[in-house]
Each structure stands twice: as structure tokens, then as C-alpha cells.
Design a protein. Structure first.
Length: 121
């Protein structure tokens, strides 16, 4: 049984920069008004969202594929449920089970069972 395109989701990065900027501005305002704990919380929250915005995820059926840029190569992780089943660096082309990863134009094309399901990041 295959995965159809309507079952595949690619995570969005839209709105994360706005969330980071507003969190950092609110943390400065909280520090200004004397709410140090709230300011620290918003500052940490903003930096966590900033770090998470550098990765993208493809979800296909039970599988989830996460791609992060690491220097000249991409770090690719495949999860089944919550368990990581494969991790590797992809600089040109790599295969794992039903998945194939191909680097094209500075992005990773994710292919699942012969069908392109996502272009990351």
C-alpha cells in the first residue's frame, strides 16, 4: 500500500521569523518593565524557534523525514513513529529502504516508493 500525495505533508517555515522577532521584542520590553523571568522565557523561546526554523520535515504515512543543512552536505534522519530508524549525511544521492534522497540545486529531493514527495529545505 503506497502513500498518496494528499497523505504527504511538508512542514512550513512561514511565520517563524515573525514569531522570533516578536518574541525577542517582547523579551526586551519585559526586561524594560522589570519582568526579568518573563523576559528570559521569551528570549529562550525566540532562540529555540530560530534554531528549529533551520530544519524541514516531510511526513509520509508512518514515516517522518527531517533534513538539516550541515556544511556542504545535508543531515537526513528517518523516523518511524518516534523511533529513529536511519540517519546519514547526503551530499549527492542516497537510499534507505523505500526512500531515496537526491541533492538538486542546494535542496534535497525526498522520493518515497518511486514518487517525489518533497523538496527540503
Amino acid at each position: 500500500m503506497g502513500v498518496t500525495m494528499d497523505q504527504v505533508k511538508v512542514s512550513s517555515r512561514r511565520g517563524r521569523l515573525t514569531l522570533v522577532a516578536s518574541s525577542l521584542l517582547l523579551s526586551v520590553a519585559a526586561y524594560w518593565w522589570g519582568f526579568e523571568f518573563l523576559g528570559q522565557f521569551l528570549l529562550i523561546f525566540g532562540f529555540i524557534i530560530l534554531v528549529l526554523s533551520f530544519e524541514r520535515t516531510v511526513i509520509a504515512g508512518d514515516y517522518r523525514v527531517r533534513v538539516r543543512k550541515k556544511g556542504a552536505a545535508f543531515e537526513v534522519e528517518v523516523f518511524q513513529g518516534k523511533k529513529r530508524v536511519w540517519r546519514g549525511n547526503v551530499s549527492d544521492y542516497s537510499e534507505f529502504g523505500d526512500f531515496a534522497f537526491d541533492v538538486r540545486g542546494g535542496k534535497v529531493v525526498v522520493t518515497y516508493r518511486g514518487e517525489e514527495v518533497g523538496l527540503l529545505p
